[in-house]
Design a protein around this ligand. Structure first.
Ligand SMILES: [Zn+2]
Length: 73
């Protein structure tokens, strides 16, 4: 089951996220706490591990449904 509000592009590598990939909960970051637990989807476990390195960056990219590298210049 795919959640329509979630991203379809992996924010880490830019690959299309498989339809059966469940969303992951991003670890809390200070300014996201008041919006609840943010969720995003990635294409693989390897990418999920990278999200935990910089959850804020990748969550922002996921909300824009784009690759993080494309918003960081
Ligand atoms: Zn990926």
């Amino acid at each position: 089951m795919t959640h329509p509000a979630l991203n379809t592009v992996c924010p880490v590598c830019g690959t299309q996220v498989p339809d059966d990939m469940p969303p992951m909960e991003v670890v809390h970051t200070s300014h996201l706490d008041d919006r609840g637990i943010p969720m995003l989807r990635v294409c693989s476990r390897a990418c999920a591990l990278l999200v935990h390195e910089e959850p804020d960056l990748y969550y922002r990219a996921a909300r824009m449904n784009t690759k993080a590298a494309s918003i960081t210049g």
